[in-house]
Ligand binder design. Structure first.
Ligand SMILES: *Cc1c(COP(=O)(O)O)cnc(C)c1O
Length: 375
């Protein structure tokens, strides 16, 4: 495909050595390696509990189920996110209720949450878009006032914080993704963090069929009969995946700094192109910089994308507004015009090639191409 790729992972010998350790041991499924990853992950995020699972979609689904959210319940969320956010709500049996986003950041607009609350509303599901945290203090205050749960979709935001608050600190639970292009990756994987020990226990049961013993327990203790005490799911992470993740935690800060540097280079290189708007920065906030998006205003985004592709530059669209996908139109009667800010963003957003080791020349070449295409 293109000569300037959208994303390249930085996995290598360290991860191969780590996988070899698992291969040399007896447990391929959830075991000691997963436990080590969970401990390091919760320490990094300054929370009490972390559970490793097979995806962020599964993490969101489990968190909703464990909090007792299901049929007849409504969950307030954003239409400007990956569809998995809303699909997890549907998987739990509940209804996603969208509210529009802030024009400057693309995050769920807290002003619009209260008007969307009904007696069926059980939770708010904010997404820290591209790595920019939502105003969690404000969302916590609304949730407290109305007795609602908060589950964060922190798929983009392991490293971010805002006003001293990190994901998982003001919510019931936060969900993370280790999908192929995320800031930490094992190809496919996810995690849930929480400060609530009761919730953690429930999540651990639900993660593996609701069984009272895991394969690792049986290995350590010898076989004893186990019981299924709730109907659970199959979302447990394997030791192999945890082995791929562990060495990446050693360079998580280094990689964040690399992305910060590349993001600043883009900002400088794109300066003065009138049709390009950037996500606003927010005071007292560390952006996790998962994706580098621009909003193309005054030109056709899809044409720009095609022109970049012709020059060998790969881009993505994160995201077209969820409520306009066929299923959401059909199932919930959503129509164009309902969430105009998210819709406009969905029509104008373009994600540029971006990852920790992207060469400076690539950043400069992308900016130069945009300047030419848009002039
Ligand atoms: C990637 C992503 C997900 C889904 O993550 P998986 O691990 O692929 O299930 C959910 N929400 C957002 C915002 C994402 O970017």
């Amino acid at each position: 495909m293109g000569s300037i790729p959208f994303y390249l992972h930085d996995l290598g010998q360290r991860e191969l050595d780590s996988i070899a350790e698992v291969f040399n041991g007896p447990i391929l499924t959830t075991g000691e390696t997963v436990e080590r990853f969970e401990n390091r992950f919760r320490e990094y995020l300054h929370v009490r509990h972390a559970l490793a699972v097979t995806s962020c979609t599964g993490a969101l689904h489990l968190a909703l189920i464990a909090l007792g959210i299901g049929r007849g319940d409504e969950v307030i969320t954003t239409p400007m996110t990956f569809v998995a956010t809303a699909l997890a709500v549907i998987a739990a049996g509940a209804t996603p209720v969208f509210v529009d986003v802030e024009p400057e950041t693309g995050n769920l607009n807290p002003e619009l949450i209260e008007p969307a609350i009904t007696e069926r509303t059980k939770a708010i599901l904010p997404v820290h878009l591209y790595g920019l945290m939502c105003d969690m203090k404000r969302i916590r205050a609304i949730a407290d006032k109305h007795g609602l749960r908060i589950i964060e979709d922190a798929a983009h935001c392991i490293e971010g914080h805002r006003n001293g608050i990190r994901p998982g600190q003001l919510s019931d639970a936060a969900a993370f993704s280790f999908y192929a292009t995320k800031n930490l990756t094992c190809g496919e994987g996810g995690a849930i963090i929480t400060n609530n020990s009761g919730l953690d226990e429930k999540l651990r049961l639900l993660r593996l069929h609701g069984m009272t013993k895991t394969a690792w327990d049986r290995y350590r203790e010898g076989y004893t009969h186990w019981d299924v005490i709730v109907p659970g799911w199959k979302y447990n992470m394997s030791n192999i995946d945890a082995a791929i993740l562990l060495p990446q935690l050693d360079r998580i800060h280094e990689n964040l700094v690399k992305r910060q540097t590349r993001a600043l280079r883009y900002v400088d290189a794109l300066a003065g192109i009138n049709s390009v708007r950037l996500q606003a920065s927010v005071d007292d906030c560390t952006h996790a910089h998962h994706i580098f998006p621009i909003w193309i205003e005054g030109a056709d985004r899809d044409q720009v994308m095609i022109n970049l592709q012709k020059r060998g530059i790969s881009t993505m669209v994160n995201y077209r507004a969820i409520h306009l996908h066929s299923h959401f139109r059909k199932a919930y009667g959503h129509v164009k015009g309902q969430f105009p800010i998210a819709e406009r963003m969905g029509e104008t957003t373009l994600s540029l090639p971006f990852y920790p080791n992207i060469p400076d020349e690539h950043v400069d070449a992308v900016a130069k191409a945009l300047r030419e295409i848009l002039s």
